[in-house]
Design a protein around this ligand. Structure first.
Ligand SMILES: [Zn+2]
Length: 100
């Protein structure tokens, strides 16, 4: 078994080599609770519900111009961290905040 660490080991997602150029994600680790979930069996539903945040900092970004940041959170930690700020998504074209 071969695991590929994306971003030189900084990422918390593991890949298995599928072909010479193609890798398949097999496991992910939550950046908050550090629990690992396999992309197979009983854990695959948890794997699929991960919240992955990617930030590409542009000019004026408080994270730094050109910064590339990421965060992988299991759904349980995402709910703890963001739960009070989450809201139901409106239907398409419904409840649009239109500025006249
Ligand atoms: Zn977690």
């Amino acid at each position: 078994m071969f695991y590929f660490y994306c971003n030189g080991g900084m990422s918390m997602r593991w890949y298995r080599r599928y072909t010479q150029e193609m890798f398949v994600p097999v496991k992910i680790e939550c950046d908050r609770c550090h629990k690992e979930y396999e992309n197979t069996g009983n854990e695959c539903l948890e794997y699929q519900e991960f919240v992955c945040i990617f930030i590409d900092g542009g000019y004026g970004s408080i994270f730094g111009d050109g910064s590339q940041l990421q965060c992988h959170l299991c759904q349980h930690c995402a709910k703890i961290l963001f739960g009070e700020y989450l809201r139901e998504a409106p239907e398409e074209n419904e409840n649009l905040n239109i500025i006249e």
